[in-house]
Write a protein that binds this ligand. Structure first.
Ligand code: ADP
Ligand code: AIR
Ligand code: ASP
Length: 288
């Protein structure tokens, strides 16, 4: 395969030039970082699991009518995405108190918030992604009021949808972070779409019965068992076999290689539907 052009290498992913104009390839690394990369490790299997989980959740979110950057899975670590101009804001939704909210306001971890909370952080590693208000975003023109309205509406819908989805598999969605980007249309019009990833790297997920942490807090808090936790999430979502994809600390290539097929089938179905090739079947079987 031809060598791909690296456009950007981040802490957990690499963005390559895509095969067609307007596309990128998103590669999921095994690197885990926390506290603005102060803490770093390489955890075998994490990239494969996040690629799989994010592809699935993005497809599901697209299916409820929220546009996303996900086009299709390429292989166990890569997905084809729409290239966007990233809006430099991390949008965080919290349903239950945890992490920096507890530190900042002295709340007890696990407290259910009176209502879900939305927060914004300015995406800037040098400054440690400081928390900002909507007025900062508008004043410094990181996004305009129309874009903010869309971002906030989409974020609430994503929260509602993901809460239900995770509840159905015995998980509590404590909080999560999303990023949005601008896609420029043929006539210069701008579309706001969901970008980056949705995975246990940027969601806090607790087991509904035991409150066991099944997300990146296992790494942040030195709890160990990160890959086992991510495999548990992927298995509950029906994305990997119950036995997992690891073999003595390494990825079982044979199992991992076939994982992307399902999402691509879903993507193909959606395309067909858009072109009117798949009709909803009649509610009653027709008499022949
Ligand atoms: P970081 O930049 O925080 O280290 P990552 O390692 O996850 O994060 O790198 C992925 C980068 O790619 C992020 O900066 C993210 O904003 C950016 N990105 C995500 N989706 C897209 C997209 N569709 N188009 C362009 N850039 C994207
Ligand atoms: N997050 C924020 N910046 C990077 C990430 N991954 C996510 C965390 C957590 C939520 O945003 O994974 O799910 C809130 O993080 P915190 O640290 O502000 O409590
Ligand atoms: N990913 C960010 C970092 O590396 C923040 C975090 O997830 O804690 O520092």
């Amino acid at each position: 395969m031809a060598r791909k052009n690296v456009l950007y290498e981040g802490k957990a992913k690499i963005i390559y030039e895509g095969p067609d104009p307007g596309t990128h390839i998103q590669y999921f690394k095994d690197d885990a970082t926390a506290f603005n990369a102060e803490k770093h490790d390489v955890i075998s299997g994490k990239g494969v699991l996040n690629n799989r989980i994010s592809a699935h959740l993005m497809s599901k979110i697209e299916a409820i009518g929220i546009p996303t950057h996900f086009i299709r899975s390429i292989n166990m670590r890569e997905q084809l995405i729409r290239a966007v101009e990233i809006i430099p804001i991390e949008v965080v939704v919290r349903n239950i108190a945890a992490g920096s909210l507890c530190k900042r306001l002295g709340l007890k971890e696990g407290q259910i918030l009176p209502k879900p909370l939305i927060e914004f952080y300015y995406k800037n590693d040098e400054l440690g992604d400081p928390m900002v208000g909507e007025d900062h975003i508008l004043t410094f023109d990181w996004a305009d009021p129309y874009e903010m309205e869309e971002i906030i509406n989409m974020t609430w819908r994503i929260n509602d949808y993901l809460n239900g989805l995770f509840e159905g598999i015995g998980l509590r969605l404590v909080d999560f972070k999303v990023e949005f980007g601008r896609l420029y249309g043929e006539y210069g019009e701008v579309y706001i779409i969901l970008a980056d990833e949705i995975s246990p790297d940027n969601c806090r997920l607790w087991d509904a019965k035991t409150n066991e942490k099944l997300d990146k807090d296992r790494f942040r808090l030195d709890l160990g068992g990160l890959v086992e936790a991510y495999q548990d999430v992927a298995a509950r979502l029906g994305l990997i076999p119950k036995g997992g994809i690891m073999d003595h600390g390494d990825i079982n290539e044979q199992i991992a290689a076939g994982l992307e097929q399902i999402e691509n089938e879903m993507a193909k179905e959606r395309e067909k539907r858009k072109r009117g090739l798949v009709r909803t079947p009649p509610s009653k079987p027709r008499k022949l």
